[in-house]
Ligand binder design. Structure first.
Ligand code: NAG
Ligand code: NAG
Ligand code: NAG
Length: 446
């Protein structure tokens, strides 16, 4: 009996994962009517004509992608909220490469720049001999396949950028949920649904040559400008309908309560001669989820519905081409294997209902179309690990100011370090073994 129930549940969940909402065999005008009803479209007569043409063209691509499937786990594509849009209208960055600032150039003479690994591209330290499981995820239902970490969803409800091309800020707000859950998990051994964090603060305050509100940007500029996370409830998102608004508003709430301090970040880029997939997996395993950029335009990404998506092997994903540029920032949060296909799992920030589950997409690891990419020696890569902390969850902090997120005193035996964290006072334990040929010193500093 139990076996029958299990088989039935597997069947149901498989059906859920592997089916699409629209019957693509219906005539195109019928599908267009269904689409307009489902997504509440009301066009003027001239716009209706234009949108119908775009819809037809997108539908053709969707069907062609579905026809290419050979493995039951291959992606299914479907009509969704973006099927009446051209790629340029999708919520994403405009693909602005970000040159290394003159500040950094001052710190390295040209000889050094040519010789040494560029610090902005350098891959952060990784433990040696790290053994990687087959499946590893931090968010969504994917965590149920975890074998060497808790089967808990640390990400919660996704933050949608709507029409704003501010994925550089919104992906950062989505990553903050993981960072917050990580701290609550460390402190209490469990996770409450993480709140939504403010992206609007980054959109309002960050301004550089490369970063322009809903007209694209670099998450590195955001963490340099703001250095902390607040709640969306305290500093709400207002840019949802602003497709091409580039002028910043300035700080709308300078005294907003700080939930987490951003204590650091590390950008990195992986070059083609390195084992990109292995390095990304090790980084995830060691550092948790992080931001990456990816090419969306012209790849079929937007019509993804479920399964394992393959980027096209055409020139659109050729990272060695001088015109290649990624155009969207997302959170890389896991990997896995299904029916012999290895994939990475990405958390997107598009409309609710997009993708698999809520805004997830699994991507076949054989073609990453810019994920982890090292753009160039003098260009900041768009892959970034972010570190955050809060004295609220610091077990050893005696008085945490929850407005500023600054700890002013620690419990006895602990003192504040430069990251405003209470760490154990440096102690030196000397351990003698009975056979004194083998004296070991444990130098205990945190
Ligand atoms: C929290 O982050 C630390 C550092 O990256 C990591 O060692 C730990 O496993 C994370 N905890 C969870 C529950 O993901
Ligand atoms: C907490 O921090 C805020 C913001 O920096 C400051 O205005 C306030 O005086 C601090 N409160 C205490 C009790 O130190
Ligand atoms: C010395 O101590 C270690 C561990 O404490 C033990 O494994 C080893 O057998 C000992 N050697 C001798 C010669 O007693």
């Amino acid at each position: 009996m139990i076996a029958i129930i299990v088989a039935f549940l597997l069947f149901v969940s498989n059906q859920k994962m592997q089916s699409i909402a629209f019957n693509l065999e219906l005539p195109v005008d019928k599908l267009f009517t269904q689409f307009k009803t489902k997504y509440s479209r009301h066009y003027s007569p001239t716009e209706e004509q234009l949108r119908f043409q775009i819809f037809k063209n997108n539908l053709k691509n969707i069907k062609a992608l579905n026809e290419k499937r050979t493995n039951p786990s291959d992606a299914l594509h479907d009509i969704n909220m973006y099927t009446d849009l051209i790629d340029d209208e999708l919520p994403m960055n405009k693909g602005i490469p970000v040159p290394v600032s003159s500040y950094d150039k001052e710190h390295f003479n040209s000889k050094e720049l040519r010789k040494v690994e560029k610090p902005w591209n350098e891959i952060p330290p990784l433990p040696s001999g790290d053994s990687l499981p087959q499946n590893h995820a931090f968010c969504g239902e994917y965590v149920s396949k975890n074998t060497d970490r808790p089967k808990v969803d640390l990400c919660g409800e996704v933050f949608s950028q709507q029409n704003c091309g501010g994925c550089w800020a919104i992906s950062l707000a989505n990553l903050a949920q993981y960072l917050y859950s990580n701290l609550t998990y460390q402190r209490y051994g469990c996770v409450k649904t993480p709140p939504k964090f403010s992206a609007q603060r980054f959109l309002d305050v960050t301004t550089t040559k490369a970063t322009k509100r809903c007209c694209g940007g670099h998450p590195r500029d955001a963490v340099n400008a703001v250095k902390s996370f607040s709640l969306d409830a305290d500093y709400p998102f207002v840019d949802g309908s602003n497709r091409n608004l580039c002028t910043i508003r300035g700080d709308q709430n300078p005294s907003v309560q700080i939930q987490m301090a951003i204590t650091g970040y590390k950008t990195f880029g992986i070059s083609k001669d390195q084992n990109m997939v292995l390095i990304l997996k090790k980084l995830l395993h060691h550092y948790g989820p992080f931001l990456v950029s990816v090419k969306v335009s012209g790849t079929g990404f937007s019509s993804y519905s479920s399964g394992i998506f393959s980027f096209p092997s055409t020139s659109v994903c050729d990272t060695s081409s001088s015109s290649f540029m990624t155009d969207h920032e997302v959170v890389l949060m896991g990997w896995g294997v299904e029916n012999g296909i290895e994939y990475f799992i990405i958390r997107n920030s598009w409309s609710s209902g997009w993708g698999e589950g809520d805004n997830y997409i699994r991507i076949k690891t054989t073609n990453l179309c810019g994920i982890g990419w090292r753009i160039g020696d003098y260009v900041y890569p768009l892959n970034m690990i972010v570190y955050a902390n809060t004295c609220k969850f610091d077990k050893y902090c005696n008085s945490c100011n929850i407005s500023s997120n600054i700890c002013s005193s620690c419990t006895s035996g602990y003192s504040l370090n430069s990251n405003n964290k209470c760490v154990e006072n440096t102690v030196k334990l000397t351990k003698f073994h009975s056979n004194s040929t083998n004296v070991q010193f444990y130098n205990h500093t945190i």
